[in-house]
Ligand binder design. Structure first.
Ligand SMILES: [Zn+2]
Length: 149
């Protein structure tokens, strides 16, 4: 699993860690600082993350390509309008649709969902994600903020 640490909203350090070995202490790159990881109740029986190993808080699932997905939708919509309005020939219409379809497929293959911590914003990549994780939820984020203060 690849872990990216965030500080004040920007990426600070990162490290690679095995969910099977579960080392209690790790050295982060590029600062070289030592970091202690929480493995108690944060990993399930199938070696998948359950909670944040940095601060033991809840995680949410995030897609890695939300912006391109939006572009594809806009492209498909624009293509449809242009086709209806008669600006496009059958062939250019056809190639536009194929292009959009290919883009969509590429995103499907390239999109690697990751887990993000509500509290410390740490991102966990290249890891198996248990199906019970939901996308970011305002209600849950509020609950965590409230329990902190
Ligand atoms: Zn955290």
């Amino acid at each position: 699993m690849f872990v990216e640490l965030y500080k004040d909203g920007s990426k600070s350090n990162h490290f690679e860690v095995s969910l099977v070995d579960r080392p209690s202490k790790i050295t982060v790159e590029p600062s070289g600082e030592a970091l202690f990881l929480h493995w108690d109740a944060t990993v399930d029986d199938s070696d998948r993350l359950r909670q944040c190993i940095i601060c033991s808080n809840d995680l949410y699932r995030e897609r890695s390509f939300p912006k391109i997905t939006g572009v594809v939708i806009v492209l498909a919509f624009a293509g449809g309008i242009a086709g209806v309005a008669g600006f496009l020939t059958t062939w250019s219409m056809f190639s536009a649709v194929v292009l959009v379809l290919l883009l969509d497929l590429a995103i499907l293959f390239l999109d690697k969902p990751r887990l993000v911590c509500y509290e410390c914003k740490t991102k966990f990549k290249n890891t198996q994600i248990a199906p019970h994780f939901d996308p970011w939820d305002q209600h849950r984020a509020d609950q965590i903020t409230r329990s902190k203060s």
